[in-house]
Design a protein around this ligand. Structure first.
Ligand code: KG4
Ligand code: ZN
Length: 340
């Protein structure tokens, strides 16, 4: 088969990103323009500002990605774009840009599910990884336990009933004054704290052994901080960070290993922004190696939002024959496995 070069675009949240990926696993360029500094001023992502910033950046980011790959639009095989889930105004910018290129250059258009992208980030650095395998996607918006049945075929097995893991990290970080985005800051501060100092709850969802709930642990942290303040007891923020992180890690590992045992997986991968957390990686590494399960995770730059992962997912969609028309629209609540 001829080499397939995908120009991929990602703009579902607060990163404007474009990449060129060869045959699904080789990244020729991966350009990310982050808006984090802008949103930090407001303590979180402001959708209106995000979409305006995407418009300002998108063409420049695409040009840079092509330049770095040493290609022009004429050289690419297809154009891929995240069309959901995400912020509608943000998604629309990427979708419009991809459609314009597909139309002007008469290239196939492939819409990609954002979570499928996160999972596929694992294919880039692990050339040996092939489905089936179990996967935990932990990001700012999602906590999904998934079986990757085949390329482009997923079974959603467990999910969060309330907050996503990343959301809990961000809210706890804000409560202890670390700012946005909180995940990396908690990760760092937790290294100086005692994970056993405070016993925060590990929620179990009744009758749903693979589901998660993080609102309880988040409330418990806020409660702990309030009570300490009322009693004028000094709080050790590093202990709070470490103990909160440990509570999240324990729950993630517990559900994932239960699933591995149940379905006899020999391979397990993690993905999404929270998958770059050092305690999560260490705990999974340990739990998987003890059970003879091969554990996969992407480099931090491929964990948080990027377009290379969209290019990897799009390659497998491309060879499976997925093509979208110029009527492709942003779908903010797109379900995994759903085709629109
Ligand atoms: O995948 P991502 O870039 O965006 C979404 O699709 O949501 O994930 C962003 C999330 C944020 O909540 C951020 O705080 C979290 O990933 N995150 C981390 C770490 N790095 C990023 N959480 C815990 N530890 C980290 N090292
Ligand atoms: Zn994401």
């Amino acid at each position: 088969m001829k080499d397939v070069y995908i120009l991929a675009i990602e703009s579902s949240c607060d990163e404007t990103a474009a990449a060129v990926v060869k045959n699904g696993r080789e990244v020729l360029s991966n350009v990310i323009s982050s808006q984090i500094d802008l949103h930090t001023l407001y303590g979180g992502v402001v959708p209106e500002i995000a979409s305006r910033k995407h418009i300002e950046k998108i063409n420049q980011v695409i040009e840079e990605a092509l330049k770095e790959a040493g290609m022009t639009l004429d050289d690419v095989t297809a154009v891929a774009v995240t069309y959901g889930p995400g912020l509608v105004g943000s998604l629309l910018v990427g979708v419009a840009a991809a459609k314009a290129i597909a139309y002007a250059k008469n290239k196939p258009l492939i819409g990609v599910h954002h979570i499928e992208g996160h999972i596929s980030a694992n294919f880039i650095e692990h050339k040996d990884l092939e489905p089936p395998f179990g996967c935990l996607v932990v990001s700012g918006g999602h906590t999904h336990l998934i079986e990757v049945v085949d390329y482009g075929k997923y079974e959603l097995i467990g999910r969060t009933r309330d907050d996503a893991a990343g959301e809990a990290f961000d809210k706890v970080a804000r409560a202890i004054g670390l700012g946005y985005p909180g995940g990396p800051k908690i990760d760092k501060l937790a290294k100086e704290g005692n994970p056993k100092a405070i016993d925060f709850p590990r929620a179990v969802v009744e009758d749903a052994p693979y589901d998660f709930s993080f609102s309880g642990v988040k409330s418990a942290v806020l409660n702990y901080l309030n009570v300490s303040e009322m009693k004028a007891v000094e709080v050790n923020n590093a202990d709070v960070a470490a103990s909160f992180q440990q509570a999240v890690v324990d729950v993630l590992v517990d559900r994932a290993i239960k699933l591995c045992n149940h379905r006899k997986y020999k391979k397990f991968a993690i993905a999404g922004g929270v998958a770059s957390n050092s305690a999560i990686r260490a705990a999974f590494d340990d739990a998987c190696s003890k059970r003879g399960i091969k554990f996969y995770y992407p480099s931090p730059i491929l964990c948080t939002d990027n377009a290379a992962m969209i290019g990897a997912a799009a390659y497998y969609e491309y060879i499976a024959g997925t093509r979208h028309g110029l009527d492709l629209n942003a779908v903010p609540n797109l379900k995994l496995g759903e085709r629109i």
